[in-house]
Design a protein around this ligand. Structure first.
Ligand SMILES: [Mn+2]
Length: 344
């Protein structure tokens, strides 16, 4: 296991030197953030990011994310040009020591919450999701936390219209077209690509989602059995699906060498679909974090781990889910779990 920490590049308010001070921290998970989706990342930008990490004693072996352009998911417009650019990014990143790329294939929204500042009884803040609230929204006139600046209202409407009527089968076929285009670059360079599950793992606003459960993974692995084609096992995202058996999935996919990267965090269920993000420890929420880590270890998992979203505690402000303190506590807890289970 290699413990890592997400870092949003030079614009991140958390200094790399602080990240390095977290015990057992091997590297950062980051990206070139100022190049639009679909474009090739300048090599100088990759070199600069890596140099910054290395100067602080941290590796840069995981990229999250190289975003997939909506034209690829829709298989329209400049789809094939964007796929070729994606393959070029894989080659460039591999050349500079990157071993794993996390990405997702969610149409339009790559995560959804209804509240980014949910206050718990202890005064900490975290992200939460209320299903009834989502269902009551008009997708054409959305005002959702975290998304207000991502698209102009007219852009969002045009994009949602473009997906109208798209089935899961069509989206999966478009996904396969993408993988056909990038898999040769992965195999040639040894790059692992690790798809992040849908967050939350069900269709929203009529948009199909195809990386939500065991059946989805089996279909994906059957279509692309290469070892490079793997997953980011995100417990908080997959775990929101009440039917997902995370312990079984962790063991099975670790055993098959499919888990290249793990995001570990806990959520507390509210009703049938709702959830609130909580501290990492098992007892803090609804997910069996101890059993999941045990299953990963017993399955022979040897990939990258990062503590996922943390709460905002001790008065810390900043990017929702990505403060320093609670993610550092999460890393410390996960380090302890892995050490105890591995030594047993
Ligand atoms: Mn995640």
């Amino acid at each position: 296991m290699k413990m890592t920490f997400r870092w949003y590049g030079k614009g991140d308010s958390i200094p790399l030197s602080y990240i390095k001070q977290i015990p057992n921290m091997s590297g950062v998970v980051t990206a070139v953030y100022d190049v639009p989706a679909g474009q090739v990342w300048p090599e100088e930008a990759i070199i600069e990011l890596k140099a910054l990490a290395n100067q602080n004693g941290l590796e840069m072996e995981v990229i999250e994310s190289v975003p997939v352009h909506e034209d690829i998911k829709l298989r329209r417009g400049k789809c094939d040009e964007y796929i070729a650019n994606y393959a070029e990014n894989i080659r460039r990143l591999a050349k500079h020591g990157v071993k794993c790329i996390c990405y997702n294939f969610m149409p339009v929204f790559d995560w959804l919450r209804t509240n980014l500042h949910h206050m718990a009884e202890d005064g900490s803040f975290s992200l939460s999701y209320n299903h009834e609230e989502i269902m009551s929204l008009d997708p054409a006139a959305l005002s959702l936390p975290g998304w207000d600046e991502s698209y102009a209202p007219s852009e969002l409407k045009a994009l949602l219209d473009a997906y109208k009527g798209m089935t899961h089968e069509t989206l999966f076929s478009n996904y396969c077209h993408f993988l056909e285009g990038v898999m040769p670059a992965c195999v040639e360079t040894g790059m692992n690509i690790a798809v992040h599950p849908d967050d939350p793992p069900w269709d929203i606003f009529g948009l199909p989602r195809i990386v939500s459960c065991k059946e989805d993974y089996e279909r994906l692995f059957a279509a692309f059995p290469q070892n490079n084609n793997g997953i980011t096992f995100c417990t908080g995202s997959l775990g929101a699906g009440r039917d997902n058996d995370l312990v079984q999935m962790a063991y099975d996919y670790a055993k098959r060498g499919k888990i290249h990267f793990a995001h570990i965090r806990n959520i507390a269920y509210e009703g049938d679909y709702g959830f609130c993000e909580v501290a990492h420890k098992t007892e803090a929420g609804s997910l069996p974090i101890y059993d999941i880590v045990k299953a990963l270890v017993e399955g022979g998992f040897d990939g990258y781990v990062r503590p996922d979203h943390g709460r905002h505690i001790w008065g810390e402000e900043g990017k929702p889910g990505y403060g320093l303190y609670d993610r550092a506590l999460g890393a410390a807890y996960l380090n302890g779990l892995f050490e105890a289970i591995e030594k047993k």
